[in-house]
Design a protein around this ligand. Structure first.
Ligand SMILES: [Zn+2]
Length: 323
């Protein structure tokens, strides 16, 4: 079931199927994250300014555009058992984890499809942006890497090769970076807390891509306690890098764990950083990508921060003029 309301410009995905992707009430990535976001969207009067899209279940073949069949088999098995871990101890399995993770992937792919077909111009999927999962394993609360599946799908299904991936989550998006490290058509910018202080420990400035992709990736490690002043000072460099890459589609991972007060990181941005990034990337998308931009929620474990950052992104998507 898909519903489309008044404004065709911005689609936001919501529904219990997305809320199901969570690791229990006592885990930082709890199932309440979706509901907190949606309540804020309604409270701030934004729900009526977007079209609400229902979550969609991904087919296995779509997931395998990025992930190995062996790994997908493993997730299915663990999903039946509902016990143990999908990685070394951060990402617990639960009964139905395969379906929950498949809804995350399917919703992002549905968003891509609507954007490319022109059914909407911009979209936001709150419970998505699971940027740590590798092609053959889970990592850091991430089972299937929807960002990786989106990038592969843009190429394999829609023939869209040049994609810009911009990641402002506090953690380095290692699952995306290393999967496309040698890919010159994936323009990547990742602003994150310095890996010497935070998981996963990667994303140094000298990691700029390898082989034919050298120079197509921009990693910006931020010192602990970095705030909006530093973020906004660096942003023009990011804008220039993305625009110069001439992408055909922009994917923004706007993790809210880079805001001041997150329980597991040490950055101190405000929600203004996320709104600024979203508005700026919309303008670049208007100029270079026929307006095509998809944002995915990523991390964020302080509930108020998550509500502020993500509704800020949606508001910027609603308010930034079309070209
Ligand atoms: Zn994160």
């Amino acid at each position: 079931m898909k519903t489309i309301d008044q404004n065709p410009t911005v689609c936001v995905y919501g529904g219990d199927e997305l809320a199901r992707y969570g690791f229990g009430a006592d885990h930082p990535f709890g199932p309440d994250r979706f509901h907190v976001f949606w309540k804020a969207l309604v409270d701030r009067g934004l729900e009526s300014a977007v079209c609400k899209a229902q979550p969609v279940l991904a087919e296995r073949a779509a997931i395998e555009r990025f992930h190995t069949p062996e790994y997908v088999d493993e997730v299915i098995q663990r999903s039946r058992d509902g016990a143990g871990y999908l990685d070394m101890g951060d990402t617990p399995a639960f009964a139905g984890v395969y379906e929950a993770a498949s809804y995350v992937v399917g919703s992002t792919l549905d968003a891509v499809d609507r954007i490319v077909r022109g059914e909407c111009r911009r979209a936001f999927v709150p419970i998505a942006g699971l940027h740590h999962a590798r092609r053959n394993s889970a990592a850091g609360f991430c089972v299937f890497n929807d960002c990786g599946v989106v990038i592969e799908t843009l190429r394999q299904v829609y023939g869209i090769e040049r994609v810009a991936y911009v990641d402002i989550d506090a953690h380095h998006g290692d699952g995306v970076f290393y999967a496309f490290e040698e890919d010159p058509n994936l323009i990547l910018v990742d602003v994150h807390e310095d890996g010497r202080f935070l998981y996963p420990g990667t994303g140094a400035v000298y990691e700029t891509g390898s082989g034919p992709a050298k120079g197509t990736k921009l990693n910006i490690p931020m010192p602990p306690n970095a705030n909006d002043t530093l973020f906004l000072k660096l942003w023009p460099k990011i804008e220039e890098f993305v625009a110069k890459g001439r992408p055909e589609f922009i994917l923004l991972q706007c993790g809210a764990d880079s805001l001041d007060g997150d329980p597991i990181t040490h950055l101190e941005y405000s929600a203004q950083a996320h709104a600024h990034a979203a508005g700026s990337l919309c303008r670049i998308a208007e100029k270079h990508c026929q307006g095509r931009i998809l944002a995915v929620g990523g991390g964020g474990y302080n509930r108020q921060n998550l509500a502020d950052a993500w509704t800020g992104v949606v508001k910027a998507f609603v308010e930034t003029p079309q070209a």
